[in-house]
Design a protein around this ligand. Structure first.
Ligand code: SF4
Length: 394
């Protein structure tokens, strides 16, 4: 697992930093940068003058040519030129906002939410965190031209109303070629004015990922712990569809949703056939999911039939369907072509069984949080794996 936050090894800064978001430059990138910059000192200890903040690695030289020097904790020693970080005013807390080498950066916009999903990986908080939106604006300005993918997540980003619309418009203006993905529970789009404002961003590369956890209100509302949610989310999706917006439907699979997967697939095929894609997601054992393991855990092999039925139905209706966060040895081989290696690199791990597995390079592996709960049926697949569809013996 790659750390995305850490505490500085250096003492608090005497003067508060003037701003929060810093783009890192190193010797290789120092001459081609703009915006707020922090220089990361290399192994030779050389550092040019003129930077407002100097970063030194945990066991590197301590040199720095300014007043503000921050020694990174070992887990953040990997930071290098073109990464973007947020630093607290006293120089003590560092959060990684963007890793230039990763294609799986996700920008957290808020931890607030109007739902309280039983399996939420980012349990909602109530404190005002508007600073995250302000950081995201700054981040957009610091990202290099040609950035190819940008993901936004929460909490519920649409709680910002016009604020998130403005951010996404800035994103489109500065990074018109980037594929933009926004996670939302979809309820805000039931407001036609907000849906119209969303469409007004006019970004053909933008897609919103909206979860559905049932084919009827009771199951969905229970999973998201919000009465009336289904009856807002579905009209919201329909509003977006009328405005020709790209929509992804997400279904997180657990004990409460997996048995209903064929019904959910049929609901999508009958009522939402216009969606751009459907993502069937494995459960991440973190946040509230971890607290609710007894209510949520189901071994993926126990919903194999439902998975096949749902994917077959969606496929027959020409709805692009993907299976995220699943291990190949736990799902029928006929489902392998639908799998995506989707677990973000910074939280991706493998099981000891995987060492000898012939399909490890094609398998998504595990969330680091799988240590809290994992199937007992993980089993290395020996030799050359046949690619033709066939049920895997477990
Ligand atoms: S043994 Fe590991 S690498 Fe192989 S399919 Fe299972 S989870 Fe994937």
């Amino acid at each position: 697992m790659i750390a995305l936050r850490g505490k500085a090894l250096s003492a608090p800064l005497e003067e508060p930093l003037g701003h929060t978001v810093w783009k890192i430059v190193d010797v290789a990138t120092a001459n081609s940068q703009r915006g707020s910059r922090a220089f990361v000192v290399g192994e030779d200890g050389e550092a040019p003058e003129g930077f407002d903040l100097y970063l030194t690695r945990s066991c590197g030289p301590s040199a720095g040519k300014g007043e503000a020097v921050l020694r990174l904790p070992p887990e953040l020693d990997y930071l290098s030129g073109d990464d973007v970080i947020s630093v607290s005013d006293d120089g003590q807390r560092v959060r990684v906002l963007w890793r230039h080498e990763s294609r799986q950066n996700s920008v957290l916009l808020t931890e607030r939410c109007n739902h309280y999903c039983l399996m939420c990986s980012q349990p909602p908080k109530t404190a005002n965190d508007d600073r995250l939106l302000a950081e995201a604006f700054e981040l957009m300005r610091l990202l290099p031209r040609g950035t190819s993918e940008i993901g936004f997540t929460g909490g519920e980003p649409t709680l910002y109303g016009q604020g998130v619309i403005d951010l996404l418009r800035l994103c489109r203006n500065l990074h018109p070629e980037a594929q933009v993905h926004v996670l939302s529970n979809g309820t805000r789009f039931a407001d036609p004015e907000f849906a119209a404002a969303w469409a007004g961003i006019d970004n053909p590369n933008m897609m919103v990922g909206i979860p559905i956890y049932g084919a009827e209100p009771a199951r969905h509302d229970y999973v998201v712990q919000a009465e009336g949610a289904f009856n807002q989310t579905i009209p919201g999706i329909l509003n977006l569809a009328q405005l020709r917006q790209r929509i992804e439907i997400r279904v997180v699979l657990h004990k409460l949703t997996a048995p209903a997967l064929p019904e959910i697939a049929e609901f999508i095929a009958r009522n939402l056939p216009f969606v751009y894609q459907v993502a069937l997601m494995g459960l991440e054992m973190i946040g509230l999911a971890r607290a609710n393991i007894p209510e949520l855990w189901i071994d993926p092999t126990d919903y194999a039939d439902e998975l096949v039925e749902a994917v077959t139905l969606l496929d027959r209706n020409r709805i692009h369907t993907m299976i995220y966060n699943h291990q190949l040895c736990l799902i029928p081989r006929s489902m392998w072509p639908y799998t995506v290696r989707s677990i973000s690199d910074w939280k991706n791990e493998y099981h000891p069984e995987c060492v000898e597995c012939s399909v490890k390079d094609e398998c998504g592996g595990f969330f680091f949080s799988a240590k809290y709960k994992v199937s007992e049926k993980i089993k290395a697949i020996p030799g050359e794996a046949p690619r033709e569809p066939a049920l895997l013996e477990l």
